[in-house]
Design a protein around this ligand. Structure first.
Ligand SMILES: Nc1ncnc2c1ncn2[C@@H]1O[C@H](COP(=O)(O)OP(=O)(O)OP(=O)(O)O)[C@@H](O)[C@H]1O
Length: 283
């Protein structure tokens, strides 16, 4: 499960005089989810466009499925799926007809349409015009279209942006299922919780630079400089205690007196790491 599907080597991109990517390196392997995280304007969409050959970088090299992105052709497009927004849904066609249309283009057998509709939970809506779907259902349809041909790599630009939490959870489940099947997923998001839950690796992007790269856990532990415990006592008192001998003794005493209601160690979150490293909020 470790075939390399994407490699970015020091990618830079200038739009006129503005340098928006400043030497990005990253890798994505089979069956992995890589999160590109950063605030609006950090360069996430630009990165997807470069990898998928829609935009030419100013310097550096990008490879997808072993092919340089500059030489991408339809054999590569047949092996990738891209979801950047909800465009490309034909509102007057039913859900099924939408997928049937793309199945023809992608030379996918019809029984795959039913399979995918069931997988994304849209089977019971298959005869509804796409224009009458809710936002979350539309996002599922877009996802269904992107995975119809069983791509090796799936690009998702903010897949749960604007969705309610329960629909977002459903989308997360689907993505983890696709990952389990070996699909490599390149995901951009502002949402650190989503990234922590889904991603094997994340790149924290700020002003065109990757300021941290690694697994969410590794990154959080690396920034866990002042280790603390959060304690809540049975009288409602809450306190944050640094991890030292005195406080450990205090906690032991409270335990002996059966006073502790909850006790947690407080590792930083990706959100707080980002704030620490860049001085900026993510959203
Ligand atoms: N075609 C373009 N011409 C000029 N500048 C552009 C172009 N496309 C993007 N930019 C600029 O490049 C920077 C990065 O944009 P990009 O869309 O990659 O950011 P992003 O991280 O995807 O943001 P968001 O989260 O808002 O989608 C921004 O400052 C944007 O204004």
């Amino acid at each position: 499960m470790d075939r390399e599907f994407i490699r970015l080597e020091h990618i830079s991109k200038k739009y006129r005089d503005e340098l928006v990517l400043k030497g990005i390196d990253a890798k994505l392997h089979e069956g992995e989810i890589l999160g590109f995280l950063g605030p609006s304007g950090a360069g996430k969409t630009t990165t997807i466009k470069i990898i998928t050959g829609q935009l030419r970088q100013t310097s550096g090299e990008a490879y997808i499925l072993g092919i340089n992105s500059k030489n991408i052709d339809e054999t590569i497009y047949e092996q990738i799926g891209i979801v950047t927004d909800n465009s490309g849904v034909y509102e007057y066609l039913t859900v099924y007809k939408n997928l049937e249309y793309f199945a023809k283009i992608l030379k996918v057998k019809k029984n795959r349409i039913t399979e995918v509709l069931k997988q994304v939970g849209l089977y019971e809506h298959k005869d509804k015009p796409a224009g009458k779907l809710s936002k979350g259902q539309t996002q599922r349809l877009v996802l269904a279209r992107a995975v119809l041909h069983n791509p090796k790599v799936l690009f998702l630009d903010e897949p749960t942006s604007g969705l309610d939490p329960s629909t977002a959870i459903e989308i997360h489940k689907m993505l983890l299922e696709l990952k389990k099947q070996g699909m490599a997923i390149f995901l951009t998001t502002h949402n650190m919780e989503e990234a922590t839950k889904l991603c094997d690796h994340v790149a924290l992007l700020n002003e065109g630079i990757v300021v941290e790269y690694g697994s969410p856990k590794e990154i959080c532990l690396k920034h866990n400089v002042t280790k603390k415990y959060a304690v809540r006592l049975d009288d409602g008192t809450e306190c944050l205690l640094e991890q030292n001998q005195d406080n450990i003794k205090k906690i032991n005493d409270w335990m002996a007196e059966n006073k502790i209601e909850t006790l947690h160690s407080c590792e930083p979150t990706l959100e707080s790491v980002f704030l620490n490293v860049t001085g900026r909020e993510l959203s």
